[in-house]
Design a protein around this ligand. Structure first.
Ligand code: AMP
Ligand code: GLY
Length: 382
């Protein structure tokens, strides 16, 4: 089997790593890939935002795994959830300033204000400050987007990746990511600073609950509309005092949770994903998982997330468990080329072991003014 992985982040590097370990796969190509992937496999240039170009390149492969974002509308996702009776935050979508003000007052603080469209991680504001909520909502409207106001959900978050073939769902192990840049969940939001898997504090039935109450109803609803869904349904949950509620859907693997989840998956990934593409998931035997735990720590560039500095030389990245994200080769040297530069993934018998291993590797990597969180999976490991 020949597989194309589309994308250039650490998530795609993790997908490539897992696919290379699958004996049924004889070729993996990444497009556009990054400097780390280029050391292992063939990479090809590709504009991932050009669907026609992706389709053309993909024709030469048996399976195409698309890493980056595909989804377009939070309002559409909400409509699917409501029609399918999926537990989620109550919400209202508005398209003018007057309705925005009314809805803000109806929901009250803490305010949850979301841009309907994709906003590169900057679309959601959760705040007690009514003025800040109003400002974000108005800015989204001014940019031509609709705005979703939502009931505030408390409780820890979990991500459950559900592999779907249109009718059947196979869940992966729940994971958790860390979105704020600083230790103790301080500072601005990022694309993700680390993740771990499994979640020792969560209900052991969480994945199965997600299949029954979220993914399966979503698949029925999509099929009923004549647009059966095949691919990864990323279910972002808030585990509230009233039970789990869906915070968001994405139609892709999450980053950086995927890096930790795939590190524990023993079942060959290529077979699982091609069964999803072929509509054969019902025939796939139960997944097998390695014992223990996995932790991913992200090494970010100076100035990330506000204004990441690029072009810094990286040393020590040639170690087991290092996945590349924002890297490039310049004059024969590995340099940073994006905000999140590298991920280090490690596994261990316990979360504490996996943490120790991941941080030992991170500490050996040299990147001027690079920074990382020191508390990934810390609380869960105690
Ligand atoms: P989203 O892009 O919709 O996942 O939102 C980004 C982040 O904002 C989520 O991961 C949550 O941390 C937070 N968030 C989103 N919706 C809510 C909500 N209804 N209540 C509380 N926090 C939320
Ligand atoms: N881990 C968050 C995301 O992939 O959207």
């Amino acid at each position: 089997m020949r597989v194309l992985v589309v994308g250039s982040g650490a998530r795609e590097h993790a997908l490539v790593t897992s696919l290379l370990a699958d004996p049924a796969i004889n070729k993996v190509v990444a497009a556009p890939g990054n400097a780390g992937m280029a050391q292992q496999i063939e990479t090809q240039p590709l504009d991932v935002s050009d669907p026609a170009a992706v389709a053309t390149l993909g024709r030469g492969f048996d399976l195409v795994v698309i890493g980056p974002q595909l989804e377009g509308s939070k309002d559409f996702a909400k409509q699917i959830m409501v029609s399918a009776g999926i537990p989620t935050a109550e919400s209202e979508t508005v398209s003018d300033a007057e309705a925005l003000t009314r809805a803000l007052d109806r929901f009250g603080a803490p305010y949850v204000v979301k841009d309907d469209g994709l906003a590169g991680g900057k679309g959601v504001v959760v705040t007690d400050d009514r003025e800040a909520a109003l400002k974000h909502g108005r800015a989204c409207l001014a940019a031509g987007s609709r705005v979703l106001l939502e009931e505030y959900l408390d409780g820890p978050e979990a991500s459950v990746f559900c592999i779907c073939d249109g009718t059947t769902v196979v869940p992966l192990l729940p994971a958790q990511d860390f979105k704020r840049v600083g230790d103790g969940d301080t500072g601005p939001n990022t694309g993700g600073m680390g993740a771990y898997c499994p979640l020792p504090w969560a209900d052991p039935d969480l994945a199965q609950w997600t299949v029954e109450h979220v993914a399966q109803p979503a698949l029925y609803e999509m099929a009923r509309r004549g647009t059966a869904y095949q691919g990864v349904l990323y279910v972002g949950l808030a585990l509230t005092s009233k039970g789990p509620r869906v915070v968001e859907f994405n139609v892709r693997f999450g980053d950086p949770e995927t890096q930790a989840v795939l590190a524990l998956l023993e079942t060959p990934l290529g077979g699982l994903l091609s069964a999803a593409a072929a509509g054969d998931l019902a025939d796939v035997p139960p997944l097998s998982w390695r014992d223990g735990a996995a932790v991913t720590v992200v090494l970010a560039a100076a100035g990330y997330p506000q204004s990441p500095r690029t072009g810094d030389v990286i040393r020590g990245a040639d170690a087991p468990g290092v996945l590349h994200a924002g890297t490039a080769m310049r004059d024969g040297e590995l340099v940073s080329s994006g905000g999140r530069v590298l991920n280090v993934v490690a596994t261990g018998q316990t979360l504490a072991d996996a943490r120790e291993q991941a941080y030992a590797t991170v500490r050996r990597i040299e990147l001027a003014d690079g920074h990382y969180r020191t508390d990934i999976a810390l609380e869960a490991s105690r």
